[in-house]
Design a protein. Structure first.
Length: 329
């Protein structure tokens, strides 16, 4: 199927290279080789397999997939998604896949010392810090536009995943729903302009580091660890006992902890504790929820016990951590 949207307004006979799909689970076109995809995971969780390793993704989250991406979902629970398909030529007509993949728009990366020996992220960091000819790269609109596609082509990954805060999810959802509305309703002759505007807005937000600290990059070699990790991620706010886990996955304690120790150098329950503390850190930094609320949201009904656990991992109380992070902004 050609993933385009046809104009419906009287007197028009056009198609644009943008397509929207909302589904339970994943869109049946998810591995289409002719489009980039922006996937908003609205609910649920899943495990994906990449080169024999496993990654756990939980909602709310975002995936950026290029045309080479081959999403292999091992298991999923309650997943619902919004997917935007688009060709890079919709951003700029010069941006064919052949041109993008030729490297001709990577001048702002390749111009810094270290070149190919450095990772794309490292080269990008140095470029931003000024080790590149600004006049030849960042001041040229075509390279500015190429930067919008950074998440699809310069991470040496065909799929990049991000965990979203509630605020980030709400912002992303509103932008994608704006694209959906204009694609489906086409309320006036400016609908294509607005689709392009909202699409560029979503790309700029990701490229501008809004999500960068929350990439979901953790890979697991053992499928048991991946499945248990998905369950823990999905139920962070619930009371979870070791016996609950052993029963759900029909495994004994030694087998489970041996798998986690081999993979992550910690027991299953220690891993759960670490996940909860990391979740609390994000909430303390990016929400105004009280410490008591965050404690409950992270699965600790006893705020005093939560405070002890949090300080054990961070060296600070929750309140001190929040104050410290706000002073850094």
């Amino acid at each position: 199927m050609e993933l385009t949207t046809a104009g419906k307004r009287p007197g028009t006979d056009i198609k644009i290279d943008v397509f929207y799909d909302r589904t339970d689970g994943f869109s049946k076109y998810i591995n289409d080789p002719m489009n980039y995809k922006i996937v908003l995971i609205r609910s649920g969780s899943f495990v994906m397999e990449t080169d024999g390793e496993y990654k756990v993704i939980t909602a709310p989250s975002l995936m950026m997939m290029n045309e080479k991406a081959d999403l292999k979902v091992v298991s999923q629970s309650g997943v619902t998604t919004d997917t935007i398909y688009f060709k890079p030529t919709f951003i700029r007509e010069e941006f064919t896949f052949e041109a993008i993949n030729s490297g001709r728009y990577e001048k702002f990366l390749s111009a810094v010392p270290g070149g190919d020996r450095m990772s794309a992220d490292s080269r990008m960091t140095e470029a931003i810090e000024g080790d590149v000819s600004f006049e030849k790269c960042f001041a040229d609109p075509i390279y500015q536009d190429a930067l919008l596609l950074l998440e699809f082509i310069w991470h040496q990954k065909n799929i990049v995943c991000y965990s979203l805060t509630a605020q980030e999810y709400d912002a992303g959802r509103r932008v994608i729903q704006s694209i959906r509305y204009d694609l489906i309703e086409q309320p006036d002759n400016f609908w294509i302009l607005r689709v392009r505007y909202f699409l560029i807005s979503s790309l700029f937000t990701a490229t501008a580091d809004f999500y960068r600290n929350f990439r979901q990059d953790e890979l697991y070699k053992d499928p048991l660890v991946a499945e248990v990790a998905r369950y823990l991620w999905e139920n962070l706010g619930e009371e979870i006992s070791l016996s609950d886990i052993l029963k759900k996955f029909s495994v004994n304690k030694n087998t489970l902890n041996d798998a986690f120790n081999k993979e992550l150098s910690m027991s299953c329950m220690n891993y759960l504790e670490q996940l909860r503390v990391n979740s609390a850190k994000k909430k303390l930094q990016f929400t105004d929820d009280t410490v008591s609320m965050i404690s409950n949201e992270c699965g600790y009904t006893d705020t005093n016990y939560f405070s002890k656990v949090f300080k054990k991992h961070t060296g600070m109380t929750a309140s001190e951590y929040r104050k410290h992070m706000k002073e850094l902004i």
